[in-house]
Write a protein that binds this ligand. Structure first.
Ligand code: NDP
Ligand SMILES: O=C1O[C@H](COP(=O)(O)O)[C@@H](O)[C@H](O)[C@H]1O
Length: 520
């Protein structure tokens, strides 16, 4: 196997030590991973490649795991394997070994016949494995409209057959023989009511500890680093508050449009697609208080608290945009007001953040592709160097691409004169961690699910609090009360967004650009 160089058994040991720390069960035995919607886009681009990477690194073992693809399409085992082969990168013999683990079952999403067949196939494999421990992981790579019926089918026909298969959160009996877990993809609803309805439907079928609501931003390396950065560094503890920080931006930019996904996108828009979930999760990690411990429930409790402290969004602190040409897509209505760009200011009503604007900005078809958190500090009081002209200190966490953290500083310009200039302290991952392969978000999150670690998944009350923040704004947009202004594809987005950022306090540093360092 190519992988990262460490052996499967050492990987397993590192899992055991982590699970001890988090009091997770060290589970082994027969594992069935079932990808529902296996014929689709997400499955081939993300889910199967993530499973392959886990296999390649020894986290999934041939003798222990079997993978089932399920969908309505008429495919053979080999048909599915060929469909995904092109998306997997690895040595041909490793690929073949992995692909042989995959079996395809065809059936519909709303009647028992297909799921009975699926259960029979899984059971056949479990019986042949004879480990006595049965773990079933269902990955719903499907449109959310079918989640309720699919979950009902799983509940009725496909549960882990173990007599003692109920795990109580935080408590796992030593004789625990397995589990059934379900990963669901976003979008989890379209507003508060629909999300709550979906949650209630799934909640009737599965316990919260069995449901893993995935937000792939929580699997990104630099997003996972946020808590470490904030709470393991003395340097940041006294600075991370309204006394020192002027404003925080959380930005997502893509340099391509909706490209073939216009029909889907038009029903959601950029706020539901990116801001209400991905950027809001990042916001939580930036703004929340220190959790009691790293236990998933402690972390998620703090996330809920900070979400509940967000004030209602003011319309005058929102800018919406739509790029010219978006409506050329035949699946997008000619009169669409769906935003492909939005800048929204969140204000947190608590002791740490009162008065500090959090500017959440996301856009498609812009001039660059990147995601970052930009923490801008206040001006230096009594500045004897006139530093204000040079720009404020900023701490930037570049989530992607070119993962990095850098601190913009004012320094003496080298030379005989006493002059200042902007420079940076720079931790660029490509330079510092040259031989480390940063895992894909999906890879990490699927592994977390197998380990039973819900830390990086969205809890039901967290989802509710997130929708509570955005639903009034979304309803106003849907009702046409807020209009999206046009912007040029390939631009920075509407100029009104930059004006809003300045209005709430962001000061742009002119003439300074951070260039990701490269290896010579
Ligand atoms: N694609 C991506 O990059 C991302 C996707 N997601 C989410 O992941 C989930 C799956 O996305 P994606 O793979 O793109 O979706 P697809 O549209 O490709 O659907 C996946 C599979 O579901 C079945 N399907 C499609 N439409 C319907 C329908 N109306 N009723 C029943 N079955 C249907 C099809 O399989 P068959 O006909 O063979 O049964 C299809 O192959 C969605 O919730 C999406 O929002 C999230 C982030 C990124
Ligand atoms: O969930 C989504 O995310 C992608 C962007 O993901 P990234 O990991 O490449 O940043 C976005 O393109 C898509 O519209 C959205 O549904």
């Amino acid at each position: 196997m190519s992988g990262t160089g460490s052996s499967p058994s050492s990987r397993r040991n590192s899992f055991n030590s982590l699970s001890r720390d988090l009091e997770l069960p060290s589970e082994q035995g027969c594992l069935s991973i079932i990808v529902l919607g296996a014929s689709g886009d997400l499955a081939k681009k993300k889910t199967f490649p993530a499973l392959y990477h886990l296999f390649d690194q020894g986290f999934l073992q041939s003798g222990e795991v079997h993978i089932f693809g399920y969908a309505r399409s008429n495919l053979s085992d080999d048909g599915l394997r060929e469909r995904i082969r092109g998306y997997l990168k690895g040595a041909p013999e490793d690929l073949s070994e992995f692909l042989q683990l995959i079996k395809y079952v065809s059936g519909s999403y709303d009647n028992g016949e297909g799921f009975e067949k699926l259960n029979k196939e899984i059971s056949k494999y479990e019986e042949s494995n004879q480990s006595g421990s049965y773990r079933r992981l269902f990955y719903l790579a499907l449109p959310p409209s079918v989640y309720p019926s699919v979950c009902r089918m799983i509940r009725t026909y496909c549960m882990n057959p173990c007599k003692y298969g109920i795990d109580i959160i935080g408590l796992f009996a030593a004789s625990h023989p397995g589990w059934t877990r379900v990963i669901v993809e976003k979008p989890f609803g379209k507003d508060l009511d629909s999300a709550e309805e979906l949650s209630a439907q799934l909640g009737e079928l599965f316990e919260e500890h069995q449901l893993y609501r995935i937000d792939h931003y929580l699997g990104k390396e630099l997003v996972q680093n946020l808590l470490v950065l904030r709470f393991a560094n003395r340097l940041f503890l006294p600075l991370w508050n309204r006394d020192n920080i002027d404003n925080i931006q959380i930005v997502f930019r893509e340099d391509f449009g909706t490209e073939g996904r216009g029909g889907y996108f038009d029903q959601y828009g950029i706020i539901r697609d990116i801001i209400q979930n991905h950027l809001l999760q990042v916001f939580c990690l930036v703004a929340m208080e220190k959790p009691v411990s790293l236990k998933p429930e402690h972390i998620r409790d703090e996330k809920v608290k900070v979400l509940q402290s967000v004030n209602p969004i003011k319309c005058e602190e929102v800018v919406l945009g739509q790029y010219d040409g978006y409506k050329d897509d035949p699946t997008v209505p000619d009169d669409s007001n769906t935003p492909t760009f939005a800048s929204v200011v969140l204000r947190v009503h608590n002791e740490r953040w009162e008065g500090v604007p959090f500017i959440l900005k996301a856009g498609k078809a812009l001039n660059s592709r990147k995601a970052e958190v930009r923490v801008q500090f206040k001006d230096v009081p009594g500045d004897i160097f006139k530093c204000k002209k040079q720009g404020r200190n900023e701490f930037v966490i570049r989530l992607q691409p070119s993962e990095a953290m850098y601190m913009k500083l004012t320094v003496k310009k080298p030379g005989l004169e006493m002059a200042t200039e902007q420079s940076e302290l720079d931790l660029s991952y490509g330079m510092r961690y040259q031989n480390v392969k940063i895992p894909e978000a999906y890879e990490r999150l699927i592994l977390d699910t197998i380990r039973g670690d819900q830390q990086h998944f969205v809890r039901r009350d967290e989802l509710k609090a997130a929708w509570q923040i955005f639903t009034p704004l979304l309803h106003d947009i849907d009702a046409g009360k807020l209009k999206a202004v046009p912007y040029q594809p390939g631009s920075r987005g509407p100029k009104e967004a930059d004006e809003l950022s300045s209005k709430v306090g962001y000061v742009q540093t002119h003439g300074y650009v951070w260039i990701p360092p490269t290896l010579a």
